[in-house]
Ligand binder design. Sequence first.
Ligand SMILES: NC(=O)c1ccc[n+]([C@@H]2O[C@H](COP(=O)([O-])OP(=O)(O)OC[C@H]3O[C@@H](n4cnc5c(N)ncnc54)[C@H](O)[C@@H]3O)[C@@H](O)[C@H]2O)c1
Length: 253
Amino acid sequence: MRTIVITGSASGLGAALVRRLERDGHRVIGLDRRDAPIVADLGTPDGRAAGIAAAREACGGSLDGLVSCAGLGPYDDPQTICRVNYFGAVAILDGLKPELSRGSAPAAVAISSIGAAAEMLMLPEYLQACRDGDEKLAQGIMADKDGTTSYSNAKRALAEAVKKRAVEWAPEGIRINAVAPGKMDTPMLDRLLSDAAHAPAIEAMPVPMGRHGSADEIAGVVAFLLGPDASYVQGQVIIADGGSNALLDPTRV
Ligand SMILES: NC(=O)c1ccc[n+]([C@@H]2O[C@H](COP(=O)([O-])OP(=O)(O)OC[C@H]3O[C@@H](n4cnc5c(N)ncnc54)[C@H](O)[C@@H]3O)[C@@H](O)[C@H]2O)c1
């Protein structure tokens, strides 16, 4: 039995992952801004600190797995997306790293998005602010941008942060990888598809497999990355999108 913290545990992908890992016999500690054993808002410094402190206490100082899944959709406020989807996600990863370092075969996973591959939306100055940990500057850059731009850049910055930490944490035996889902059936996708401002772009993204993915299909990928079969997988961004990226970006390996 492994002890694993999951953020965003109240809904969608996070909730499916809680079910999957509990079914596999693990002890899961959920964290969310609502309906979770640990209720904390990862969009604020105080909320992050409280969430990390509560997770530390709940795991007893040693953690085998950590999944940063909490996130807001492109329909949310661009500056809040920046705070939650990048700075909140990275704060949880870094904040619980000491506990991971005391765990058994410890592994972390961050949920990025296929949106991270949208090169035409990338803002180099924003990505640099994220690398520098400058939340104020990053938020300022997003003040006059739209939600899709903020979402895609935050998810790209998160994928980059995972790769950086994969190199830094490897000597301590901590694995870390990211998953970039495509269109998955969750409350977030439902909301996007019922929003006239976002539905056309979402519907226009082709999926060679001809269907949305299920939350359980992402839970399976994350369970693999947390477990022994992924023991030599480090710093990867696993795209699980029914083939959309292979269709749209066929030459990038
Ligand atoms: N559904 C998709 O198609 C899809 C595709 C790519 C990436 N993702 C990513 O997967 C993750 C899960 O998304 P989902 O589809 O399950 O969405 P969801 O809206 O069903 O679940 C997101 C969860 O995050 C929590 N959350 C949001 N803001 C928070 C905050 N400030 N502090 C703590 N918790 C907070 C919510 O309360 C909710 O329980 C997100 O990071 C999302 O960006 C989803």
